[in-house]
Write a protein that binds this ligand. Sequence first.
Ligand code: HEC
Length: 141
Amino acid sequence: MNKSSRWIGSLLAGLTMALAFAAGPALAEEDRHGMENDMPIPTDDAALANGKDRFQARCSYCHLPDGRGGSSGVKLAGQKYKHGSKSSQIYATIAAGKPYTKMGAFASTLSSEEILNIVAYIRYLQEWKLKDDAAAEGGAK
Ligand code: HEC
């Protein structure tokens, strides 16, 4: 190998590493499937604890305590949502329910603050699932 081909070799190795690094975060964004908080959700521990408590009491019966399926078959801990994964869309699904399905409306039995806390807890479950998937793929956590 002459000097210049060695130089090109190390340049290519460097480029490959740079590309792999750049592709990492972009791929993760794609995996999020529109998990956008267009409606602000609480981030403090008390809100999250209340959201978890309300979720276990009112939702886990159908969606399982970890949000990974259950009798509804709907995985809230995943990223692909039929009715949209923006915080405003999840809020609307919980408040108004989905007619002709077992998903009832909770606007009359949960306060808007409680619903927002639940949305925050669902985000936590989704982030947890993303980390699990990344670990399963052997990628960085
Ligand atoms: C009696 C069973 C049941 C309970 C209790 C229940 N759900 Fe559901 N949920 C369902 C079913 C079934 C669907 C699927 C509706 C459809 O096919 O459109 C669903 C759908 C959803 C969706 C939409 C998912 C998507 O893909 O867009 C969200 C968000 C959701 N539920 C949140 C909750 C929350 C939060 C609670 C508690 C406050 C709750 N659910 C309680 C049965 C239930």
